[in-house]
Design a protein around this ligand. Structure first.
Ligand code: ITT
Length: 210
């Protein structure tokens, strides 16, 4: 079963867009991202949890575009930093911080700290213009590296060392990262029941004009 309208990935983060397109490539649905639409009001990510923010992004996008939307709220939870940067991961080094600035700040904060344990967390929400949202979650445990390594991926990938493969996420191929990552795991859960999700979307969208 396919879908008679596109599913909008509610992000402009190019790293996420690439990963979702690859993770959903086997399904008969058209994928769009916010980049396929004109300017849209910014969504304030003021939730206390990844789930709050994911639902907020998915709902708002579905409502303003009148289309089903999938949002991802994710981040890096570092044990020795009391869970930071957590929900603040995208703006750890300031409101308009880029990946390089966030990585520098993290390395600085971790200087001299022996316990390097960290987890990537990803919460995915799927919403339609009206009604409830579906939630999927994935986590991946690793260590904060002492220095940046690798050029693939995005965000904190060069600093996230994954012991089972002996590499940082930025040293892995996209396929390897998707197999073990927080996003890959959340999507594996979703993919397992994607046929049912499509039926749910059909039912919820029946009354929505297209
Ligand atoms: P959207 O809200 O538009 O989706 P964003 O980049 O602001 O884009 P988040 O609010 O979910 O996304 O912030 C997540 C941040 O956590 C992201 O900017 C990265 O810095 C980091 N992050 C999440 N997943 C990651 C991954 O797979 N690899 C590296 N860093 C990741």
């Amino acid at each position: 079963m396919g879908l008679d309208r596109p599913l909008v990935i509610a992000t402009r983060n190019q790293g996420k867009i690439l990963e979702f397109k690859s993770l959903l490539k086997d399904f008969d649905i058209e994928i769009k991202s916010l980049d396929d639409f004109g300017p849209l009001p910014e969504i304030e990510e003021d939730g206390q949890t990844f789930e709050d923010n994911a639902v907020k992004k998915a709902r708002f996008t579905a409502r303003i575009l009148g289309l089903p939307a999938l949002a991802d709220d994710s981040g890096l939870v570092v044990k020795a930093l009391g869970g930071l940067p957590g929900v603040y991961s995208a703006r750890y080094a300031g409101d308009h911080a880029d990946d390089a600035a966030n990585n520098r700040k993290l390395l600085e904060a971790m200087k001299g700290i022996r316990n390097r344990e960290a987890s990537f967390v990803c919460v995915i929400a799927i919403a339609v213009p009206r009604g409830p949202a579906l939630i999927y979650e994935g986590t991946c445990d690793g260590l904060i590296a002492e220095e940046m390594r690798g050029n693939n991926g995005f965000g904190y990938d060069p600093l996230f060392y994954y012991p089972p493969l002996g590499k940082t996420f930025a040293e892995m191929s996209a396929e390897d990262k998707n197999r073990v990552s927080h996003r890959g795991k959340a999507m594996a859960e979703l993919r397992q029941e994607f046929d049912k999700v499509l039926i749910w979307l059909h039912q919820r969208l029946e009354e929505e004009p297209f």
